[in-house]
Design a protein around this ligand. Sequence first.
Ligand code: NAP
Length: 411
Amino acid sequence: MNDRTNDPIREAGLHRPDRRKLLVTGLGLAATSLFTGTPANAQVEQVRQSAGALGSTDLQKSAQNARRKLGSLEVSALGFGCMNVAGMYNRRIDRQEAIRLIRAAFDRGVTLFDTAEVYGPFLGEEMVGEALAPVRERVVIATKFGFDVDLKTGEVRPGHNSRPEHIKRATEGSLRRLKTDYIDLHYQHRVDPSVPIEDVAGAVQDLIREGKVRHFGLSGAGGATIRRAHEVQRVTAVQNEYSIWTRDPEIEVLSTCEELGIGFVPWSPLGMGYLTGTVTPMMRLGSEDLRASMARFTPQARQANWRVVELLQRVGARKQATAGQIALAWLLARKPWIVPIPGTTSRKHMEQNMDALQVKLSPADIKEIEEGFARIRVQGARLNAELLAGIDIGAKLGTSSKGGRGMSPMP
Ligand SMILES: NC(=O)c1ccc[n+]([C@@H]2O[C@H](COP(=O)([O-])OP(=O)(O)OC[C@H]3O[C@@H](n4cnc5c(N)ncnc54)[C@H](OP(=O)(O)O)[C@@H]3O)[C@@H](O)[C@H]2O)c1
């Protein structure tokens, strides 16, 4: 795969914005705007009027139509993480508010929506299904199986469950809640140490043959596990935690993805909100907030790590961008097959995140970020002990399926 910069104009196919291409982009925009209620003609007219000026509105619209490829699957360059609408950090939002927010994200150009059986549990998939039913054919819905969720009661038991018969039953539940007869991208949420990854890949392959699933993904998987799974069933995307302050995928997972033509989806691309500068050292995190259990989110760690936020703010100040936008632009600049999925419960934040597609980092900006970050020692583990124990970090760290050790034993 070829590397390239995160130039939204290039990604949208507009090397130099010109009037003809702008009109095409504008027509695409008008066609997708199903939920805003703005008449399509009015939007085309709006684009026409601005075409002569080639102003910031035009750049915004080109950027919001930017597309990337995860394997063979085309998606918007930024996806939308739907975990928080089901309440993981600050607050769970009301179902109607969540549906409006997800539809607003679609109107802003998002076509990749990320959820999981365990978010809620079940509630996240229900919200996504209801929100996207009117535009089902025009979006990519990604969901996940693999935590040990009781399929009847929704009780989440400790550990994981990727037994093939359980995957198939769990998938039926996801399809029902998502109001669809196919899942575009079905991830194993966590490697299950008691089930060989080949059996998991085989179960998903059966679902693909039945037309219930279109693409296979892995989450929280290391290089050796990815390779073993890919031998059985093509892996389209790997979703692991990755952001400026969490670099584990750089050890082996990104190179494995690049070699095998697999797309990469960074979860928590905004560092669970910290990289936006809004989770200050003084802010109180309620006990129901998952971050409160993580060493990186103690007040002391937040204070010690604040230099990361300041670094992003410094670069952002020059580019009239927020720290969070720089964090997203940095990820987009890593590889053209990386598609971050920032999550939010706020329409304003969703729009701000989408505007990150307009932020272009120069090689000098990236050098400044890398050199600045190299001088900072991030304090605190990125997840709590229970969550970390469930991650197949990778062969090089001795916690993978390579040679039969670690998370996923050889059959
Ligand atoms: N595969 C996995 O195991 C896994 C694990 C974690 C997450 N995920 C996926 O990844 C998605 C994103 O991850 P994440 O939610 O953990 O972390 P994130 O996207 O890095 O950060 C989310 C947090 O940032 C805040 N935020 C978002 N945009 C903001 C902005 N522009 N300004 C200020 N604050 C902003 C949100 O609060 P507000 O609501 O107030 O905006 C929320 O608290 C999830 O929704 C989920 O789909 C997957």
